[in-house]
Ligand binder design. Structure first.
Ligand SMILES: *Cc1c(COP(=O)(O)O)cnc(C)c1O
Length: 387
């Protein structure tokens, strides 16, 4: 049996151990410490934002960001529907109610026209959202030039979930730098990882300082541990921040490698015309964190399942595109605004597949994925012909 090929596995560089050894040598394992400050500075500078707070996960960063934007029990929060649940679980932590917005075909991210209709509805219902969570999927930025002016017009801040898009550029500017607050994740499967971790970024220094305070049990500046508000234990340890500093040094390399993985898939599978790659609008740089495609035709979801099962039988980890949040039992009853022409995120889920895309996948491994995928696609076509 050949070795399993993973969707996206951690890929360490050469400098991480030196940073970690330094943390051990100085006995600065936890809490906080110089690597946390260094990682925050390095990342803020990479993303072109004023300030950053390193925390224990991307989900924790989103939770803090919602609190910083004033989300309270009973509030409404708009959020992209096509995403990982980490984008919107924190809405429930706050006791707020999500309203889900569909995707548009050019980026697979938030549809500006669906957003516009959601705002018109919210105004009529007296349910203006406290903020809009805009997600950048699979390494591709949402269309910020269309989305931001709509939110500005209604005076509602944007929380940019860039957990999957660190290293991406939108019209030359770093993804994650567009919202009032931006969030990154360093979970094990992301483009760079600290094994687990996250970062909250903003130009507004006061916001980021407040994030650090809330993430440190909301401790007041007093030696006797004074507390006047609820806090959390959400800070990143000095050891993990050391790994992050090493990983950040290889980020550009990882982007190039993931893009190369995508190019190889595209070139090698060019003959399969039923296969449509996730688009990358001109002027943007997707990181191609995951290479994704959809199948076409009326039996797309049957074919999708067949292809996924076939790859699984051959020890290849591929996945469906995210199941949209408006279809999740957890969010049953939440309002949903579809793109014109119908539920696009639903059809991306029905027909979409994410392929192994790790920057440490070998050429031989990728060749194996391509060979098995060709066979699976041929089989899927036959099945459809027989149906
Ligand atoms: C990974 C991810 C998160 C959550 O990040 P964690 O660090 O795993 O908590 C949030 N949103 C999206 C879109 C993600 O992919």
């Amino acid at each position: 049996m050949s070795q399993r090929i993973w969707l996206s596995s951690p890929h360490l560089g050469e400098e991480e151990t030196a940073f970690v050894e330094d943390a051990f040598r100085t006995n600065w394992i936890a809490p906080l410490g110089p690597h946390v400050d260094g990682f925050e500075r390095d990342l803020a500078s990479y993303a072109g934002v004023g300030h950053a707070a390193a925390v224990s996960s991307g989900t924790a960063a989103i939770h803090l960001a919602l609190l910083l934007l004033g989300v309270e029990r009973g509030d409404t929060v708009f959020c992209s529907s096509l995403t990982f649940v980490g984008s919107c679980n924190p809405i429930l932590y706050c006791g707020a109610q999500p309203v889900f917005i569909d995707s548009e075909p050019q980026t697979w991210n938030m549809s500006p026209s669906a957003l516009e209709r959601a705002f018109a509805w919210a105004k009529q219902e007296g349910r203006m959202p406290r903020c809009v969570v805009v997600v950048n999927l699979y390494g591709q930025s949402a269309d910020m030039d269309a989305i931001l002016p709509i939110c500005q017009r209604y005076g509602v801040p944007v929380l940019e979930d860039a957990a999957e898009s660190l290293g991406a550029l939108y019209k030359g500017r770093a993804s994650g730098s567009f919202g009032r607050i931006g969030v990154f994740s360093f979970n094990g499967n992301k483009i760079i990882t600290t094994s687990g971790g996250g970062m909250l970024v903003a130009d507004d220094e006061a916001l980021v300082q407040r994030a650090r305070k809330l993430a440190t049990q909301a401790r007041e500046p007093a030696a006797h541990y004074e507390h006047v508000e609820v806090g959390f234990n959400y800070r990143m340890s000095n050891v993990l921040a050391g790994i992050g500093r090493g990983q950040l040094k290889v980020l550009e390399q990882r982007v190039a490698q993931r893009r190369q993985v995508f190019e190889t898939y595209r070139k090698e599978l060019a003959g399969h015309t039923q296969l449509h790659w996730m688009p990358e609008p001109a002027g943007d740089r997707s990181t191609r964190w995951l290479t994704c495609f959809t199948l076409d035709g009326p039996h797309a979801s049957v074919k999708r399942d067949l292809v996924l099962r076939y790859l699984e039988r051959h020890s290849i980890e591929a996945r469906p595109v995210w199941k949209p949040m408006h279809q999740q039992p957890l969010f049953r009853g939440a309002p949903y605004f579809a793109h014109e022409g119908g539920d696009l995120s639903g059809s991306l889920f029905d027909a979409g597949i994410c392929l192994p895309s790790g920057s440490n996948m070998t050429d031989e491994q990728q060749a194996r994925v391509i060979e098995q995928l060709r066979r699976a696609l041929a089989l899927a076509e036959d099945t459809r012909a027989a149906a």
